[in-house]
Ligand binder design. Sequence first.
Ligand code: S3P
Length: 483
Amino acid sequence: MSLRVNFVYETRANRSTRAARAPRPAGAWRRQDPEPDMRLTAHHCQALTGDIPVPGDKSISHRALMLGALAVGETRITGLLEGEDVLRTAAAMEALGATVTRDGPGAWRVSGRGVSGLREPDDVLDMGNSGTGARLLMGLLAGHPFTTVLTGDGSLRSRPMARVTTPLAAMGATFVGRSGGRMPLAVTGAADLLPLEYVLPVASAQVKSAVLLAGLHAPGETRVIEPEPTRDHTELMLRHFGAQVRVEDRPDGTRLVAVTGQPELTARDVVVPGDVSSAAFPLAAALTVPGSAVTLRTIGLNPLRAGLIDTLRDMGADITIANPRTEAGEPVGDLVVRAGPLMGVDVPPGRAPRMIDEYPVLAAVAASARGTTRMTGLGELRVKESDRLAAMARGLAACGVAVEETADSLTVHGTGGTAAPAGGAVVDAELDHRIAMSFLVLGLAAAAPVSVTGADAIATSFPGFTDLMGGLGARIAADDTRD
Ligand code: S3P
């Protein structure tokens, strides 16, 4: 069984049956919830081979939909990630008055309403599992003088939002939420938002982006100072749509990013590259399943996202970047990967912002390496879709891998060189797509199968994961868990 496509494109044929109830224009679409409580099992497999694309970049897809909704004219997007998280953002943009149309796989159009032109939604916006969707949206809503209620799934409702609401409140927006500023929360934007200079207390592209997107509505320049540079997709795309963005690297290692408010954004074409954070899973599998040789096509290689590749090369991985090029302002290339012996390394803490989402899969790779891998400076992993430090430490231990966890570090003692990781465990995804995929990748190289419960979480970022891995020769199958 594969992860089901989680939206329905309403063709003329399937629309006719429900047309009487709810007529929708051609090209209209709606989300469909993924299969609940899916359990997948990964089995030890032979060499993986093949040449594949991976789904579109999640970060860029969210931003394309949001800026498309604020632009004047029609933005055409190709390669959009059609995962659950991004579809939530598409639905939110529609609820806020933009027109969002799906023309075919990955091909979408957004007719925008201009900066500050969104309208009050008539219902609660459910952002599902998506921290990026929710936090960036709060930035957009901060400049609109109406009230929106935001909620999400159990994971999103437990995540800290004060990191975003604090600077946005300083600009003039009002928030009412649960304790700790958690969702559900209501945001009432201000028509006369103030510009802000904000020093980020943690390196977070989501917080930076929320403040910059709010800054679009304020007069003058809104500035964010990051302790170290984080992914800059918002800055690149703001420029692409015609906003004035200033970036200054300072001698102390901090970076200032400033946007000039109240621009007219103009609709643009956006080409979304493959998501390096999704490519990380077939890449890790190809490195750890002996004899594998895999090519991953058209992967976004923004230097602020590609820290995993540096780390894997430090471990001795055979990864070549073929056909490097720039597409829509973002560096892109094909990753040619071959399995081979890997050595444990110390990952410098300063690399964390450049590979923040890749520590779970790195930990799975480290389990097969020779020697010890130490990952430090990882406090932020505790507030992702799950507490990723705890989830990885628990799951690795269950798979027979020696692991140590501190407040902000993970140390994995690899079994490589003597034996494959034992595996033979059932691990829960904890509503976290990356935890689910990391343990399935580990299972492909392990001596005994690894099962993941709650694997439906994978649909948030990687629709078609099992089919795509199966196409390379991986053995990942759904268990029949019916009584
Ligand atoms: C993202 C930023 C990161 C990352 C997330 C996507 C983004 O979060 O973990 O998956 O698109 O801006 P933080 O900003 O919380 O580090």
